[in-house]
Ligand binder design. Structure first.
Ligand SMILES: [Zn+2]
Ligand SMILES: [Zn+2]
Ligand SMILES: [Zn+2]
Length: 165
C-alpha cells in the first residue's frame, strides 16, 4: 500500500510508486509551466526521492560520482535551486538537506514532521496555520520568501519501538 499523503509511510510500502508519481508530477508541472526538466534536474530529484528521508547536497554529489557522472558541485547546486524554486523539493534547514515535495507546484507553505530516529519526513500544509502566519507577516509588513515549519519527534513506528522498551 502506498502512504496516504500526510501520513507516515509504512515500512515495506511500494516506494517505486512514490518515486514514479513524484517524477510524473515534476514532468507535468514543468510541461505546464514551460520549464525544462533537464537530465541532471530529473536525476537529482530522483535521488532526493530515493527515500522519505532528507538528503544533503554532498550525499547527492557522492551518489552521482558513484554513477560515473561526477558533475561539478555548482551544477548540482543549480539543479537543487531549480527544484526548490519550483516547489519540487523542500529545504530542511535543521539538517541542511532536501526532501521531495509531496504536493509539488502548489506554492504552499509546509509543515514537515521529521523523525529523530529514522529521519523519515512527512509533509502537511495546514491552511489555517498558513493563513495565520501570512496574516502575522502582513501585520509585520514582512515579505515571506520561504516558510517551512520543521517539527522534530518520533514517527509512529519509532514511538512504538520506544514504548516497547
Ligand atoms: Zn515511498
Ligand atoms: Zn511541499
Ligand atoms: Zn521514525
Amino acid at each position: 500500500m502506498n502512504p496516504q499523503p500526510g501520513s507516515f509511510p509504512a515500512a515495506g510500502h511500494d516506494h517505486h510508486a512514490c518515486v514514479r508519481s513524484a517524477l510524473r508530477g515534476a514532468e507535468r508541472l514543468c510541461a505546464e509551466q514551460g520549464l525544462r526538466l533537464t537530465a541532471i534536474r530529473r536525476r537529482v530529484l530522483e535521488l532526493i526521492w530515493q527515500s522519505h528521508r532528507p538528503s544533503g547536497a554532498y550525499e547527492i554529489l557522492e551518489q552521482l560520482a558513484g554513477e560515473g557522472h561526477r558533475p561539478s558541485p555548482p551544477t548540482v547546486y543549480r539543479a537543487l535551486e531549480f527544484l526548490l524554486a519550483h516547489g519540487l523539493v523542500h529545504r530542511i534547514s535543521s539538517r541542511n538537506a532536501f526532501v521531495g515535495c509531496s504536493r509539488p507546484g502548489q506554492g504552499h507553505m509546509a509543515q514537515i514532521f521529521i523523525c529523530d530516529r529514522c529521519s523519515v519526513a512527512v509533509e502537511l500544509a495546514d491552511g489555517t496555520l498558513n493563513r495565520r502566519i501570512r496574516r502575522n507577516a502582513d501585520d509585520l509588513h514582512f515579505h515571506i520568501r520561504e516558510q517551512t515549519v520543521e517539527i522534530a519527534g518520533l514517527c509512529p513506528a519509532c514511538a512504538g519501538r520506544a514504548n516497547e522498551g
